[in-house]
Write a protein that binds this ligand. Sequence first.
Ligand SMILES: Nc1ncnc2c1ncn2[C@@H]1O[C@H](COP(=O)(O)OP(=O)(O)OP(=O)(O)O)[C@@H](O)[C@H]1O
Length: 273
Amino acid sequence: MTAISVERLDKSFGNHAALRDIGFEIAKGEMVTLIGPSGSGKSTLLRLFIGLTAADRQSHSHVRVLARDVQRQGRLVGARREQRRRTGYIFQQFNLVSRLSVMTNVLIGHLGAMPRWRALAGRFTRREYDAARRALARVGIEDLAEQRANTLSGGQMQRVAIARALVQDAEVILADEPISSLDPRSAREVMEILERINREDGRTVVVTLHQVDVARRYCRRAIALKKGRLYYDGPISGLTDTRLQVLYEDAGLDELGVHEDQPPTTGLLHAVG
Ligand SMILES: Nc1ncnc2c1ncn2[C@@H]1O[C@H](COP(=O)(O)OP(=O)(O)OP(=O)(O)O)[C@@H](O)[C@H]1O
């Protein structure tokens, strides 16, 4: 079954074409990396998936998630509460409520499925607490349940965000640069958690990444964007060094993770080798 289906998407900001003629399908249970240089349109595409932004108005453009329309011909289709609940979004900057405890931040994942009066009163049932505890255990931080979110490390905050998506019971998890502000060890741990919930629970994961070596380790399929166009879509093994050189040919040295005194190509090959 298809988890995400995108057809003929264009997105412009003023005169700037951020995305052009994008189309692909992602099957349920896939773990896909969305990759490409800075400004290539990765975050914009993720935002289109959940209707945070609308595509340009034109015929035939379409975004469907879990067999329901999110937008058609550049018009947002009023996503139902149930549909929003089935898609979890994990941000680079975690999006936690900093003054609340870890437990409360995870419980927030239940809000979409609760009766409105209980959501407004912030009253959670024992079952909801149990689910939150299980989610925290799953991401390895059950001992931090009572700690305030703003006292956590970046890696711990990202685990809380993943636990919240688990509690939400999201079938599709969209993670926008979830590891770019983390140290290498925390980054590895967060990717391992995402990989595990994909493999063990069959949840579909789409993750934007800047690190090609990380994408190669954890994702089987890559969708690469270059200047807003689909540059590559296929097995990660097909994203060869030659293709990567072309993909990143105009990118800055920072993005390739190399120092000023190294030629970019060498650094890129080293990074992905
Ligand atoms: N709200 C906006 N208003 C105007 N331009 C925007 C807006 N959002 C994105 N853009 C432009 O659209 C293009 C794609 O941006 P986007 O953030 O999707 O790229 P990205 O591949 O996610 O980049 P990065 O890897 O640096 O996060 C960029 O040129 C960006 O400046």
